[in-house]
Design a protein around this ligand. Structure first.
Ligand SMILES: [Zn+2]
Length: 186
């Protein structure tokens, strides 16, 4: 759970004074910004997540909050990706992925990467930490099937491979997808 979020009934310290919270909000720059609504992600939604643990047979994913039209989407449980979906060279710790929630399973969301939109959307160089850039060159480019793409570090020249979304590095597109799949918005 994002600990910047405040709930009705909370009491928080701001500028050395205690403030009683009456509506959902988020603390930013020492101010409480109200939200019309906070909604929990559910099955069928598309999410942005960060790979936080690699257990070989399963990758664990922290589901990142997303805000649109004054509505904040959050998840209070993590996601997981079963290994058969990630490919041999697919993902590394700290990669940011776009995925779809399939169902809730034992206090986690089971995530799917099926479809060209889904996969890694942002990754850092293992050598120097800079963001990797898409090369648009796929490994064994079997149409629609293989998502493994060569990514390049412009800083140190390192090359790595990831199972990428077709929107790798295109954050504006990713935002549109998340808005599109947020049912009941606008
Ligand atoms: Zn590098």
């Amino acid at each position: 759970m994002n600990n910047n979020i405040v709930f009705p009934g909370d009491s928080v310290e701001l500028d050395n004074r205690s403030v009683d919270i009456e509506e959902f909000g988020i603390i930013e720059n020492n101010k409480i910004k109200p939200y019309k609504e906070i909604r929990l992600y559910k099955s069928g939604d598309s999410i942005l997540g960060k790979i936080i643990d690699d257990q070989i047979s399963v990758l664990f994913v922290k589901i990142l909050p997303f805000t649109h039209s004054n509505i904040r989407y959050i998840s209070n449980i993590n996601g997981k990706i079963m290994v058969k979906d990630r490919g041999d060279l697919g993902m590394k710790l700290s990669d940011i992925i776009l995925a779809r929630i399939v169902k809730e399973d034992k206090d986690t969301f089971l995530l799917s990467l099926e479809g060209r939109s889904y996969g890694v959307v942002l990754a850092r160089c293992s050598e120097c930490g800079s963001f990797l850039v898409a090369s648009n060159r796929r490994l064994n480019s079997k149409e629609g099937k293989n998502k493994i793409e060569r990514l390049i570090c412009k800083e140190c020249g390192n090359e790595e491979y990831r199972a990428v979304s077709q929107y790798y590095g295109k954050l504006d597109f990713i935002k549109k997808i998340l808005i599109h799949y947020s049912k009941g918005v606008d």
